[in-house]
Design a protein. Structure first.
Length: 256
């Protein structure tokens, strides 16, 4: 039983999670789940499981600012969702200075692909899948050239982000995106486990233990790097700010 947990809290845990006592978590790794559909500027129906970007973005800022958090683990099981909301989350993950690792579980489809590759290192389980397909527009669409130009620009934003943050080339990603004959009602590709690694989108096949071990390794390296940069020299300044020292014979003066 967690310390200080009341009877009311235990009853609430039982109602919501099916267990009375939750294990106490003492970890410097923050876990961020990206599940269901990534919700954008339009609220989705209540029966949909969603990840709301207005909830995720402040959490990512808190991860960056909290000194007690040393690393971020992103768990993905998403069908995709709003393109701009997904890209906003991906861009913020990419810009974090702390170690980040993503783990694709079940599925990391559509706009979930940029979120998965935004971390410094990525894992996918053997049975997880990633669907890559062209961007679609929902709702009323005007059949004018400007609509298709806008759609193409948005698609290029996604492609550029994925290519810049993975080992997949633009030609390869476009081939996966526009492939025909694989999906029954759409064009695109479904990659399963190792296939996503071979395509260069994901770094490694693995699960939770591998992802946590990688985060701890990265956090340790970051800590050692920060320790070296904050060491002080004889003048009391950081070693990085110390003037260079010459060893051996003094350099000749005036070029003589």
């Amino acid at each position: 039983m967690a310390a200080g947990e009341t009877s009311q809290e235990r009853t609430q845990n039982l109602k919501e999670l099916g267990v009375q006592n939750l294990p106490e978590q003492k970890s410097s790794i923050f876990c961020l789940p990206i599940i269901g559909q990534i919700e954008g500027h339009i609220v989705l129906p209540s029966q949909n499981k969603t990840t709301k970007y207005e909830h995720v973005l402040p959490q990512l800022v808190a991860v960056q600012e909290n000194p007690d958090v040393s690393a971020l683990l992103i768990l993905l099981n998403t069908v995709g969702g709003d393109v701009e909301a997904g890209l906003a989350i991906a861009e913020l993950i990419k810009s974090l200075s702390k170690p980040t690792v993503s783990l694709v579980l079940g599925g990391g489809h559509s706009i979930g692909v940029p979120v998965a590759v935004a971390s410094r290192y990525s894992f996918i389980t053997d049975s997880a899948t990633m669907t890559i397909h062209p961007i679609r527009l929902a709702g009323t669409v005007l059949g004018v050239p400007q609509t298709y130009e806008y759609l193409e620009k948005m698609q290029d934003r996604v492609i550029r982000f994925v290519v810049a943050n993975s080992r997949c080339s633009e030609a390869k990603f476009r081939d996966l995106m526009f492939r025909t004959g694989e999906l029954a009602r759409d064009i695109g590709t479904v990659l399963v486990g190792e296939e996503a690694v071979k395509a260069g989108l994901i770094d490694e096949v693995g699960g939770l233990s591998q992802a946590v071990a990688k985060l701890r390794e990265m956090a340790k390296l970051d800590s050692e790097k920060r320790g070296r940069s904050t060491e002080t020299g004889p003048s009391g300044k950081s070693i990085a700010d110390e003037p260079p020292k010459f060893y051996g014979p003094e350099p000749p003066l005036n070029g003589g």
